[in-house]
Design a protein around this ligand. Structure first.
Ligand code: SF4
Length: 197
C-alpha cells in the first residue's frame, strides 16, 4: 500500500479543571500536558506511554516518528483518523529521572476517567509501558500478549509493539502490522454485528 503524507492530528484540549494537575510532580519537568489527539469520539482508543513532541523549538507543529509510523500503519489497514483517538498513560513527557511506578499509577486516574466517559469499542495498547500499566501487571509484555484480543477492565484490548521500537527494529514491522490487521478486523466485526448495550 502507498505511503501517506503524515499530518498533525488535532489535539484534544486538556479539560480546564485538569490543566494545572500537579498530582504526580511531573509538571516540574516543564513539558506541557497533552490529553489526546485524533477524534475524541472515536470507537478505538490507542494508548501510548506518554506524548511525544508536537512542536519544534520554534513552535511549529510537526509529526514525530512515532506518529508517522502509527499513521502509516492505520492507513495500511484501512483505518482513518475518524476511527482513532490517541491518549497516554502519562499526560506529560518525562524529561529526567522520575518514580515510574508511582507516576504511572497516579496519572492513570485521568485515563480511567477518559475511558468511563468515552466508552470505546476497542483499546489498542502500544508498547510494554502501556501494556503493563493498562493490564496492571508489571510482568506483562507485548511479546506474550500480542496476536489476540483480551478483555481488560471490560474493554476488548489488543496490543502491539511501540511504533518507535518498530522504527528501530524493522524486523518487528511484520508483527506490528499483523496486530494492526487484527485490530482492524475485530473492529469491522463489531461494526457488522454490534452488540446490544
Ligand atoms: S503526568 Fe499526569 S498526574 Fe502527573 S502532573 Fe501530569 S497530568 Fe498530573
Amino acid at each position: 500500500m502507498s505511503d501517506i503524507c503524515s499530518t498533525p492530528w488535532p489535539e484534544d484540549p486538556t479539560p480546564e479543571n485538569q490543566i494545572k494537575c500537579t498530582d504526580c510532580g511531573l509538571y516540574e519537568h516543564g513539558s506541557r500536558m497533552i490529553w489526546g489527539e485524533g477524534n475524541p469520539e472515536a470507537p478505538i482508543i490507542i494508548i501510548l506511554d506518554n506524548p511525544g513532541a508536537r512542536e519544534d523549538r520554534d513552535g511549529n507543529s510537526f509529526v514525530c516518528g512515532t506518529r508517522q509510523t502509527l499513521q502509516q500503519a492505520a492507513h495500511e489497514v484501512g483505518l482513518t483518523m475518524s476511527d482513532l483517538y490517541i491518549t497516554f498513560i502519562l499526560k506529560r513527557k518525562p524529561v529526567r529521572k522520575y518514580d515510574k511506578e508511582d507516576t504511572r499509577r497516579i496519572c492513570m486516574r485521568h485515563l480511567q476517567r477518559q475511558l468511563q466517559t468515552k466508552q470505546p469499542d476497542l483499546i489498542f495498547c502500544l508498547g510494554n509501558v502501556s501494556v503493563q500499566s493498562f493490564f496492571q501487571d508489571t510482568d506483562a509484555d507485548v511479546k506474550s500478549l500480542r496476536g489476540k484480543v483480551h478483555e481488560v477492565k471490560g474493554y476488548p484490548t489488543a496490543v502491539a509493539y511501540h511504533p518507535l521500537a518498530v522504527r528501530r527494529r524493522p524486523n518487528l514491522k511484520s508483527l506490528f502490522m499483523e496486530d494492526w490487521e487484527l485490530l482492524a478486523n475485530h473492529y469491522r466485526n463489531i461494526r457488522s454485528f454490534p452488540e446490544k448495550k
